[in-house]
Design a protein around this ligand. Structure first.
Ligand SMILES: Cc1cc2nc3c(=O)[nH]c(=O)nc-3n(C[C@H](O)[C@H](O)[C@H](O)COP(=O)(O)OP(=O)(O)OC[C@H]3O[C@@H](n4cnc5c(N)ncnc54)[C@H](O)[C@@H]3O)c2cc1C
Length: 413
């Protein structure tokens, strides 16, 4: 008999879970209150980076804390009310930055990211959108002279971990990306990374593929999950839906639906902003770059150059504060000749983050048939398909493409 599954959330993670389950013969109903890929999966920098294996809360965070005390740093800003309101998460997040926790988490993230580009490439081919993928790598750039040593150190670390990282001096950088202004003294060209030119279009195309293969998408806001005789029921504003299994892939909203089930997930958010700009006539970039000392990404996108900000630790739904992205705009203009904004509004999103900066992928303890897939922090666009593949393999009793143990929900539940 065909098994059935509900997937709640049609961001990159939910759509990927739906596709991966469908490939294994499940009849899947995907539920979202918005169009696929309209939230966090809409506004990211579109970077697909196997090299993103060092969590933000690594041992260098402790050294950086004094830099953040004035709350003026572009990399991390915070609202005191949020920190004081979430002391448990903050302390656990900081505790995970201790040196002994680095290697296991790097190994876990390496497992998660290793196939990220390969899978996206295969799925984009299946969805007919291969043209959206750029396999041109990404750049990590330093302005200061001290940055040259930082780049060399990082190059060594990346190479020791099996990545290609070309060191670029000023001249080599201008050969790779000629329209960048010559303000960077050193850079790394991370050739294993890729990027896409419109993340939401990628999610939408994966969702369309899912529908073309017989999947169902329901536009509805879910308000509850409950167990039935045969499986699970999602209650929504458009009625209730039953299936053998339910997958919660609600990104930064995932904890909301789990709380009434007695599952208290320590999920917080790292908010971020983006805006699109035009470039001066004739200027272009072939890949996204990260300006390390100014803490922003600039990514070429279909609808302009997308400037994305660092981390804002604030309540998920608190009003926006554009100070952080306003502060990096002049820095980005020093690096590349941006002109006017292409939109009147500034996008805001919330990276869903657990204290150990690893996602939750697996079955909820004490709740057979309820599966969790969220918490992919800064790398969820890249790792969505891998997450879907791991989850579907676990559900079907197959060997997953990466060790799922570090992502087991039982570590927090
Ligand atoms: C500024 C910024 C830059 C980033 N850059 C990158 C990058 O370059 N590369 C990368 O890999 N990652 C990046 N990320 C991270 C990445 O965007 C996220 O990790 C990823 O999008 C999370 O996907 P998700 O599917 O878990 O969540 P979402 O995309 O938020 O999906 C959750 C879905 O749940 C739905 N939903 C919520 N509540 C309900 C409800 N009650 N009923 C029905 N539906 C509901 C929402 O509508 C939404 O569609 C960035 C994030 C930010 C903010």
């Amino acid at each position: 008999m065909t098994r059935t599954s509900l997937v709640l959330g049609a961001g990159i993670v939910g759509v990927s879970c739906a596709l991966a389950l469908q490939k294994r013969g499940f009849m899947v109903t995907l539920i979202d209150r918005r169009e696929p890929g309209s939230e966090t999966s809409y506004g990211n920098a579109g970077v697909v980076s196997p090299t993103s294996v060092v969590p933000l809360n690594n041992p260098s965070l402790w050294k950086s804390l004094p830099n953040y005390l004035g709350n003026q740093h572009a990399a991390v800003r915070y609202r005191w009310g949020h920190l004081l309101g979430n002391p448990g998460w903050v302390l656990r997040f900081l505790a995970e930055a201790r040196p002994s926790r680095l290697a296991p988490r790097v190994a876990a993230l390496q497992g998660l990211t290793a196939q990220a580009l390969t899978l996206h490439k295969a799925w984009m081919a299946e969805a007919g959108i291969s043209h959206r993928l750029r396999e041109t790598g990404t750049l990590k750039l330093w302005r200061s002279e001290a940055g040259q040593q930082a780049a060399r150190t990082e190059q060594q670390w990346l190479e020791d971990h099996g990545f290609r990282a070309d060191y670029l001096d000023r001249q080599a950088l201008s050969a790779v990306e000629p329209d960048l202004n010559p303000i960077f003294s050193a850079g790394l060209w991370l050739r294993d990374n890729g990027s896409v030119d419109w993340p939401q279009a990628v999610v939408a195309a994966y969702a369309a593929l899912f529908v073309a293969r017989g999947g169902t998408i329901i536009r509805a806001a879910a308000s509850g999950l409950s167990r039935t005789h045969q499986g699970w029921r999602a209650t929504t504003d458009s009625g209730s839906f039953d299936a053998d299994l339910a997958v919660v892939a609600l990104g930064p909203w995932s904890a909301d639906l789990l709380r009434p089930l007695g599952l208290s997930v320590p999920l917080n958010v790292e908010r971020g902003y983006h805006r699109h700009y035009r470039a001066s006539d004739g200027r272009s970039l072939s890949r996204p770059f990260y300006d390390v000392e100014s803490a922003y990404f600039l990514a070429p996108m279909e609808k302009g150059y997308r400037l994305t900000s660092g981390v804002e630790l604030a309540n998920r739904d608190a009003p926006s504060n554009f100070a952080q992205i306003d502060a990096v705009l002049p820095r980005a203009k020093e690096a590349f000749d941006l002109t006017e904004a292409t939109e009147a509004t500034t996008w805001r999103g919330a990276r869903p983050t657990l204290p150990d900066s690893l996602p939750m992928i697996g079955e909820a303890p004490r709740n057979p048939g309820l599966w969790l897939a969220f918490g992919s922090q800064h790398i969820g666009f890249a790792t969505g398909p891998v997450t879907g593949e791991i989850l579907a393999a676990l559900i079907c009793g197959e060997r997953p493409i990466a060790d799922p143990e570090p992502f087991a929900p039982a570590r927090y539940l």
